[in-house]
Design a protein around this ligand. Structure first.
Ligand code: NAD
Ligand code: GLY
Length: 375
């Protein structure tokens, strides 16, 4: 059961959701200007020590105000190089080096200020440092605000596979300042919209219909429209995570398009296509395959493809990738069981299914129709 409330204080657009995970439950607070509202952050800090982790792009934009909000604490910082290519064990070691050099103890709080890359690395560092310390997510990309900051998946990439090393570890709070989206590059905004479209496709046909009508407001960064989709997306994610925190079943639906998308990201090399872009093309593939299964209506698959294109996301595979490339990478996916590729497909718009029954020939037919090269 997810609780949602609107704050009665002066900040009328503030929304608070609770991720219901018992002792590991936490609030998601959504509103304007939250990074500068000290109490929103300090309420969740555990001891006196704080390590803020951010990157070289986000630091000049937002680190100052977060430090100001945390001015009563002993604050250290790590500013990472930007990019998915740095989401690896070497970067993680850098965080541990700083934590030890600055003598952070078990009551320290790690604060992730940035997109999904910073959030995933920082969360994993918090999970492992002294066997687990507190951490707070301050997501600053749309993708991180609607997806990666919620639900406790943390980790880093390995050259042979994305997000292959990590832990489930929940933050103490997620604080979403919608105004941070005003500085986000257009391409990153679209990448975040991919995950919003995902929620519509897997669980919320009303959201999908809303997106068809209002996608231009999102692209124009209307903050009310953004708050609406962030709230709605976080509610779906929190609900799914509350039912299946460690992905023993249901949670896998959040990976619509991701099995194809991860193959694109790994196949092209991390950072070539953005995660959300790869998910955009991956969702078109998942819809095509769902039609081939006799499930999704072809007209709805066409609507999905059109919406993804309107969001300025790719709807075709990179030409350089062959079917064999895809199948090789897909066989390393975390959902593979006993060598069988398991995919998230759509029974209909707004209803996902997880299946391991799709013949490779059908997957290949989809890949070729979506622009992958024949081997
Ligand atoms: P990202 O963290 O690389 O951020 C995208 C870019 O935007 C970066 O260049 C960053 O420096 C910049 N940026 C961030 N905030 C900004 C702002 N407010 N203004 C200007 N620039 C800003 O990418 P992302 O899309 O946020 O996250 C992708 C990562 O998230 C991937 O590694 C993916 O695997 C992971 N992910 C994790 C989960 C999860 O459940 N943990 C879910 C989805 C994705
Ligand atoms: N982004 C997929 C998940 O959190 O499960």
């Amino acid at each position: 059961m997810i609780m949602s409330q609107t704050d009665n204080s002066s900040n009328k657009d503030l929304v608070i959701l609770q991720v219901e995970l018992g002792l590991r439950g936490y609030p998601i607070t959504i509103g304007r200007g939250l990074l500068s509202q000290a109490d929103k952050l300090t309420d969740h800090v555990v001891g006196r020590q704080v390590l803020i982790v951010t990157n070289e792009t986000v630091a000049p934009l937002y680190l100052g105000r977060v430090k100001q909000s945390l001015s009563g604490f002993n604050v250290d910082e790590v500013i990472l190089p930007d990019g998915e290519a740095h989401k690896n064990l070497a970067t993680l070691t850098r965080l541990f080096d700083t934590l030890l050099e600055k003598k952070h103890n078990r009551t320290t709080t790690l604060v992730a200020l940035g997109g999904g890359v910073v959030g995933d690395i920082t969360g994993f560092a918090a999970a492992a440092y002294q066997r687990g310390v507190a951490f707070i997510q301050l997501p600053t990309t749309l993708l991180a605000q609607v997806d990666s900051s919620v639900g406790g998946k943390t980790g880093v990439n390995h050259p042979l596979g994305k997000n292959m090393i990590g832990a489930f570890y929940q933050p103490r709070a997620v604080i979403i300042d919608t105004e941070s989206l005003l500085t986000l590059p257009d391409r990153e905004l679209s990448a975040g919209i991919a995950e919003v479209i995902k929620y519509g496709l897997i669980a919320d046909s009303e959201l999908f219909n809303w997106l068809e009508k209002n996608i231009d407001s999102l692209l124009a960064r209307d903050l009310d429209a953004l708050r609406y989709v962030i709230h709605r997306s976080c509610r779906i994610k929190a609900d799914v995570v509350a039912q299946d925190e460690k992905e023993s079943g249901l949670r896998a639906i959040l990976n619509l398009g991701h099995t194809f998308g991860h193959a694109i990201e790994t196949g092209l090399g991390y950072g070539q296509w953005l995660h959300g872009e790869a998910v955009g093309a991956g969702m078109v593939m998942a819809c095509d395959l769902s039609v081939r299964q006799g499930w999704l209506d072809s007209a709805d698959a066409a609507r999905a493809k059109h919406l993804i294109a309107r969001a300025k996301l790719p709807v075709l595979s990179p030409e350089s990738m062959t079917c064999a490339d895809y199948l090789a990478h897909m066989s390393l996916d975390k959902k593979v069981v006993d060598g069988q590729i398991r995919l998230v497909l759509l029974e209909r718009l707004g209803k996902a299914v997880i299946t391991g029954d799709v013949p490779h020939e059908q997957i290949k037919a989809t890949l070729i129709d979506c622009g992958a090269s024949v081997d």
